[in-house]
Design a protein around this ligand. Structure first.
Ligand code: FES
Length: 574
């Protein structure tokens, strides 16, 4: 029988259980909220970090779900305490939710540290909320369980299935090409988002919630349940119950997670045809756990992992179909030989035990190993003189003919420049050109937004739907196209992307993982000498803190002072 914590060993005992003036205050103020001593004395305090907000449609069910988590905590003999935290609402927050991921991570860590929490339930789902909550909780180190928001239901337009982001982009291109009407576009707007929940393509949200389940921090199968399904409410209650047990078992992330847990998460991401954003987030999360995950590890795992989830944007189906097909446990079960099945998880069982009974119910949605969407290389890490510290591309989302390509650079200095000129009929561009967007990285944008480079309108009208595009920005996980992203170091700090001129030739060779600017070294050195660092954008405030401390994409874009595992003292209680 593993050792269980005793009530006086609970962290909250320092607040509630001691015989001093401060504990008197804590007890009397808890009573003020209507709780009797028997509600909390000697019980694990479970902090429920809730990223609900009126401005986050993906979490619009979270007020109700928080109650369901609490029901589970009460039933298991814990004391639930809901703590609201900043929401990161992908569609609304500018310049990018990525600018605020580390802020939510800090808030999560410090909420857990400064209040009498013994363990926590993290409620997130919309893109950056997942890595942010997990990063903060990993740094604090309390027993942690993640409650994924779940995907929304399939979109619908005239009986056609619509996927978040992916189909918006597709039909936006068709509108610009003149193949659908303004009325069609309005109807698509009304039909694409039909219920609570996060984007239901295999975008960043589904990728990251699935990754956290494969990592071992969410209950088996939880990430695939649609938000509107009654199973989701039951999962929330089960999550609350399990949170209490995790405290008694002292099942901290440190006691559960290992380097192979993160390898399992990367394998899951690749097999899902997951978002390029996951590379940044998983590196940042791993570093918080003291695991040295890097781009090379992603590349090595990607080289041997097939893409089996036939989900948009790489494939055909949506998360609701994935759930009915068996969900993530079924996908992971068909990857047994590529996973560390002995990895521990919050269920109290190993990953192997979690997926032992899992079965695929629809082999069109979760493809068999013999018929993958892509045999390997769902995410590819590129290097070369244009990206000495790496860049990322998602070959499954690109037109295959572009994966080995040489073309003339058409350069945009920043996103405003791109918006002003991309649809100009006089723009000197053809389908073989390589479009370059500068100053869209972590420091330069700032916040490394999902600033996608569209196909110029005149080429859309000629039937072109994909081109090689290169930038130091990110791309939405729901997007598709031959987009080389996360170029590091970024142009704003003088990375080679800053030195690209209109008319330079650029060579992309995904098979060889190469990205080369075909300009000789002498000329590049001359351009570098002439390059002037742009002025920083912020003199004060969070923007200044962000610009001073943000790390590059290949390092996970964490703040330098938040990385690592150095211990932080517990607060003194006086
Ligand atoms: Fe929230 Fe896509 S907008 S996950």
């Amino acid at each position: 029988m593993p050792k269980r914590k005793r009530p006086e060993e609970l962290r909250s005992h320092r607040w509630y259980g001691t015989d001093d003036r401060r504990a008197y205050d804590h007890r009397s103020r808890t009573g003020q909220m209507g709780y009797d001593k028997s509600d909390y004395a000697g019980k694990p305090v479970i902090a429920i970090i809730n990223t609900w907000s009126d401005i986050n449609a993906c979490h619009s069910h979270f007020r109700q779900r928080a109650e369901e988590v609490k029901r589970g905590v009460w039933q298991a003999g814990g004391f639930p305490v809901e703590m609201p935290a900043i929401t990161l609402s992908e569609p609304f927050q500018k310049p990018s939710t990525m600018m605020y991921r580390n802020l939510l991570a800090m808030e999560t860590e410090e909420l857990l540290r400064s209040y009498p929490a013994d363990g926590c339930v993290l409620m997130g789902g919309c893109d950056k909320t997942t890595p942010a909550l997990v990063m903060g909780a990993l740094s604090m180190g309390l027993p942690t369980i993640y409650m994924p928001a779940g995907p929304m239901l399939r979109g619908n337009w005239h009986g056609q299935v619509l996927g978040s982001g992916s189909d918006t982009r597709k039909y936006w291109n068709e509108l610009r090409a003149g193949t659908i009407t303004e009325r069609d576009w309005e109807e698509i707007e009304e039909g694409v988002a039909r219920s609570p929940g996060h984007c239901m393509t295999m975008g960043t949200a589904s990728t990251m919630t699935s990754a956290v389940e494969a990592l071992g921090l969410a209950l088996p199968g939880s990430a695939s349940i649609p938000a509107a399904d009654s199973h989701h409410a039951r999962m929330a209650t089960a999550t609350g119950k399990r949170a209490v047990e995790l405290v008694w078992e002292d099942a901290t992330p440190k006691n559960l997670l290992s380097a192979s847990s993160f390898d399992n998460a990367v394998t899951c991401v690749v097999a899902c045809g997951g978002s390029t954003n996951s590379v940044i987030h998983l590196i940042a999360m791993a570093r918080r756990a003291g695991v040295a995950l890097d781009l090379e590890r992603f590349e090595a795992i990607s080289r041997k992992t097939p893409v089996l989830a036939n989900l948009r944007p790489s494939g055909k189906y949506l998360m609701e179909d994935f759930y009915y097909a068996g969900g993530l446990p079924a996908l992971l079960a068909s990857l047994r030989d590529l996973l560390d099945l002995s990895a521990k998880t919050v269920s109290g069982r190993t990953l192997g035990e979690n997926i032992a009974e899992a079965k695929i119910h629809n082999a069109e949605v979760i493809l068999p190993r013999a018929k993958p969407l892509l045999p390997s290389g769902g995410l590819a890490i590129l290097r070369g003189n244009l990206a000495p510290d790496g860049a990322v591309v998602k070959p499954a989302a690109a037109e295959p003919r572009l994966l080995k390509h040489k073309g003339r650079a058409v350069v945009f200095e920043d996103y405003n420049d791109l918006q002003a000129r991309i649809d100009d009929p006089k723009l000197d561009v053809d389908a073989d050109c390589v479009i370059v967007l500068k100053h869209a990285g972590p420091v330069g944008a700032p916040g490394m937004p999902e600033w996608e480079v569209p196909i110029p309108k005149k080429l859309l009208q000629q039937g072109v739907r994909d081109m090689v595009r290169i930038s130091d920005a990110r791309m939405s996980g729901t997007a598709f196209g031959c987009c080389v992203l996360h170029v590091a170091p970024e142009s704003f700090i003088g990375g080679p992307l800053a030195l690209v001129h209109n008319g330079d030739m650029i060579e992309l060779d995904v098979e060889r993982r190469r990205l080369q600017l075909l300009v000789d070294d002498g000329e590049l050195a001359r351009r570098k000498r002439l390059w002037k660092a742009p002025a920083r954008k912020f003199a004060r405030g969070y923007g200044a803190l962000f610009s001073q401390h943000i790390k590059q994409a290949n390092e996970g874009c964490d703040f330098d002072f938040l990385e690592g595992t150095s211990p932080t003292p517990e607060p003194e209680i006086h």
